[in-house]
Design a protein around this ligand. Structure first.
Ligand code: XMP
Ligand code: MG
Length: 178
């Protein structure tokens, strides 16, 4: 694996510690609420599974898969829902679980979409954040780590569907994707 990795940005130990902290905070904040985790496929799967184990109360878990509408999404932020939720969001307190926020367009769209469908509240929990790349403001309620503008893989994140199973987050060597 070393041959494709430029640098480990977040170690396995640091991720595990952070996920437990986030789980504790979410447990406190949602004590009297109707929490439903919405994971965004596929990148958020590993993070969502670990996070859910750190939340000490009953939660619903559901997933969505989205893709951007080609070029137009860079200006409009409209995303296409490939797989929708199984549950209704009505009267639920939704926590969207994402692997990474880049431009913010995906989450700005999804937050608005879930609110319009009658969610009681919609908040965002992301493992990684690339603040330098933001195009639209999105309130990040729970953030694991801010990272520089590097293409990263691991802990759910892929390059051409590979490397999702790495237990840490790493920047790829430029020659791998150029
Ligand atoms: P937005 O809408 O915030 O998109 O621009 C967030 C989505 O972009 C993908 N993304 C990455 N995926 N390594 C990846 O594997 C990266 O460095 C990276 N940066 C952005 C990701 O799918 C995320 O959900
Ligand atoms: Mg991806």
């Amino acid at each position: 694996m070393e041959d494709i990795i430029k640098e480990i940005l977040v170690s396995e130990e640091d991720i595990e510690k952070k996920v437990r902290e986030l789980g504790k905070q979410i447990t406190k904040d949602y004590k009297d609420k109707n929490l439903m985790l919405v994971g965004i496929l596929k990148g958020a799967v590993i993070f969502m599974a670990e996070l859910a184990k750190s939340i000490e109360m009953p939660v619903l878990m559901d997933f969505m898969a989205v893709s951007s509408y080609g070029k137009s999404s860079t200006s409009t932020g409209v995303v296409k829902i490939i797989k929708d939720l199984d549950f209704s969001v009505e009267d639920k307190d939704i926590l969207i679980v994402e692997d990474i926020i880049d431009t913010g367009l995906t989450l700005a769209y999804l937050t608005d979409n879930l609110k319009k469908r009658g969610a009681r509240s919609v908040k965002i929990c992301t493992l990684l954040d690339k603040p330098e790349r933001r195009k639209v403001e999105v309130p990040v309620d729970y953030r694991g780590f801010s990272i520089p503008d590097d293409f990263v893989v691991g802990y759910g994140l892929d390059y051409a569907e590979q490397y999702r199973n790495l237990p840490y987050v790493a920047a790829l060597k430029e020659e791998v994707y150029s």
